[in-house]
Design a binder for this molecule. Structure first.
Ligand SMILES: [Zn+2]
Length: 200
């Protein structure tokens, strides 16, 4: 793998309370390490400054690991970083968007449970219809197949004889961010995400 690809790999970011707050890329993580605003954190909760991490890299030179190399230095690719001065909490509110709705509702109709992988079959339903003052907010909007949407029309689920599989809620940012990057989810992240109580 070239340096260029490695620099785009995903890195989990923890705030000073060890809460996962976002996912960044190796390139940005290295910038933080160079500036001294971050440390590498390993799955046994040990943190390392850049200097220490470069020393540790030397023990892994011949192993099956990803290393970024420049003429003067080799750095083992960090999978997670810790920001000791950063006290922002994980976002709890997710801005409403079509993409986030797909993730929250796991690409399934929230009335009949039909899988909606095909974009042509998806609609967005206002549980309390717009015509009755229903708002476009997380708690009033669900993913819905065309058939159920047609059946429901301008009525409430009760009036239409439909039942929601689950009550729509505002999703947790952490859960969504992980769904968004399933390919990039790394085994070493599990311990940090378990700590925050939202893995799996
Ligand atoms: Zn349906």
């Amino acid at each position: 793998m070239s340096n260029k690809n490695i620099l785009q790999e995903k890195v989990l970011v923890l705030n000073k309370y060890y809460q996962a707050i976002q996912i960044t890329i190796v390139q940005k993580a290295i910038c933080h390490l160079v500036k001294g605003t971050a440390k590498v954190i390993t799955s046994n909760w040990t943190t390392h400054s850049l200097e220490e991490w470069i020393e540790i890299t030397k023990f892994h030179e011949n192993g099956d690991v990803k290393i970024i190399r420049s003429p003067s230095v080799a750095i083992l690719v960090p999978e997670a970083i810790y920001l000791p001065f950063y006290d922002s909490l994980p976002k709890t509110e997710v801005v409403f968007s079509r993409q986030s709705l797909l993730l929250r509702d796991k690409y399934t109709c929230q009335y009949c449970g039909k899988s909606l992988k095909n974009p042509k079959e998806r609609t967005i339903d206002h549980v309390i219809p717009k015509s009755r003052g229903g708002k476009t907010v997380w708690t009033n909007v669900v993913l819905c197949c065309k058939k159920c949407n047609l059946k429901k029309g301008d009525r409430t689920p009760e009036e239409a004889g439909l039942k929601l599989i689950k009550q729509p809620k505002t999703p947790k940012w952490q859960a969504l961010i992980l769904e968004e990057f399933p390919k990039h989810k790394k085994e070493s992240w599990k311990v940090f995400l378990d700590f925050a109580g939202f893995f799996g």
